[in-house]
Design a protein around this ligand. Structure first.
Ligand SMILES: O=C(O)CCC(=O)C(=O)O
Length: 260
């Protein structure tokens, strides 16, 4: 499994850094990238405390009007872009944005932002892609990525608490090949995982006695909208207070260029 250690890497010219180049190559070839140490661990502890304080109502085994059950005892819901979750280090992390712009183009957008929480006792999720290939023709599997998922776990993702299993290279497959074994990464708090929307993956079971929340974001080409996860009208892709976008640092404001 390829991992890129971002500890101590200057954020000055990330697009041209060895780390982002290596992550890009891994992403194009295998459909995923693991970036270690992109957020200080104490910031993750603070985010977890804020999450437990503000989002405890989503840690029940029940779909709410603004949440979506994405597997047994596993729920997806939006996070308000405020407090720690409104910090650009989280929704527009410099390493993640540099990689997303390399993969998707400099006008990539933040299409959706929220959390996925697997509750204690959640079973292995169904194997899925976050979105289908753009076209049914064979050549579609060769196309560059049009969207990607960013996952920032708020607790360690491991064998006990559960993690995201990935089928490397499967973004180029027409359909699932059950004979290939997945990669099952351990991800420390402060590290993150990104995968191509077309990559086969699934959350694994949580046997820890505690929930496993992760922040997720969908970054996409300017024209793309996740066609799968927002069928329910009450599910929101982005949630922020008036004036939020005007306060976004200029260099990452294009992430919101699709927002009216
Ligand atoms: O729970 C996880 O680790 C992954 C969840 C996931 O892939 C999804 O809901 O699309």
């Amino acid at each position: 499994m390829i991992r890129i250690d971002c500890r101590g890497v200057s954020t000055d010219d990330l697009a041209n850094s060895d780390e982002i180049r290596a992550a890009y190559e891994c992403f194009v070839k295998y459909g995923y990238a693991i970036l270690d140490h992109v957020v200080p661990e104490d910031r993750i502890q603070a985010l977890l405390a804020e999450f437990n304080d503000r989002y405890a109502q989503y840690l029940r085994d029940q779909e709410a009007s603004d949440s979506l059950e994405v597997g047994g005892r596993r729920f997806m819901f939006p996070l308000l872009l405020s407090g720690g979750f409104g910090d650009p280090l989280v929704y527009a992390n410099p390493f993640v944005v540099a990689l997303a712009r390399t993969i998707l183009d400099t006008d990539a957008i933040l299409e959706a932002f929220g959390a996925i929480a697997s509750l204690d006792g959640s079973e292995a999720q169904h194997i899925h892609r976050d979105g289908p290939h753009l076209f049914s023709s064979e050549i579609s599997t060769l196309l560059p990525a049009h969207a990607l998922t960013f996952a920032l776990p708020l607790v360690e993702m491991n064998d006990i608490r559960g993690t995201t299993a990935l089928w490397p290279g499967s973004h180029r497959w027409k359909s699932m090949n059950n004979e290939i074994a997945p990669e099952i990464p351990t991800i420390q708090p402060g590290s993150c995982l990104l995968w191509d929307f077309r990559l086969y993956h699934r959350g694994t079971e949580n046997r820890s006695g505690h929930p496993r929340p992760m922040v997720y974001a969908t970054y996409a080409r300017r024209w793309y909208q996740d066609p799968v996860n927002f069928m329910k009208e009450t599910m929101q892709r982005l949630v922020f207070d008036p004036g939020f976008v005007q306060g976004v640092p200029e260099d990452v404001r294009p992430l919101f260029s699709h927002v009216r």
